[in-house]
Design a protein around this ligand. Sequence first.
Ligand code: RP5
Length: 164
Amino acid sequence: MTASAPLVGIVMGSDSDWPVMEAAATALAEFGIPYEVDVVSAHRMPHEMIAYGEEAAGRGLKAIIAGAGGAAHLPGMLASVTPLPVIGVPVPLKYLDGMDSLLSIVQMPAGVPVATVSVAGARNAGLLAARMLAAHDPALLTRMQEFQRELNAQATEKGKRLRT
Ligand code: RP5
């Protein structure tokens, strides 16, 4: 967490999701984006979950990253009560290899979008939130372009090593 007012909310159904979700926080930190982290369980604390979604925009958040496993209703329920973009992270549990989490999050009805990343794809969730903010922030957009150049250089270097 950072000292400035958070722009991204990272929430999850349980603290057991944190080992997966931490990568979203790391990505945001790399771009200097202030974020907050909390457990907001759709099933165990439904009233708090609704309040979180309803109050998020008013508190200054610009996007929500929501991770959950199994019957993963958190991202979709948040999307139903906030006008903010919601990025869903399917967290894999012991059984079903995360397919249950993925399908619970990705199959949203028309009108209530959730941008679902890959199973355990919390890093991409953080990067996607960074891109959303960068669309309205030239300095952040420049930083994102640098990041993409770094990715390119790293991949190019790997190819070079294989070829020699
Ligand atoms: C889901 O249930 C959570 O998102 C978590 O992935 C899963 C298991 O939670 P715990 O029983 O570990 O608290 O709601």
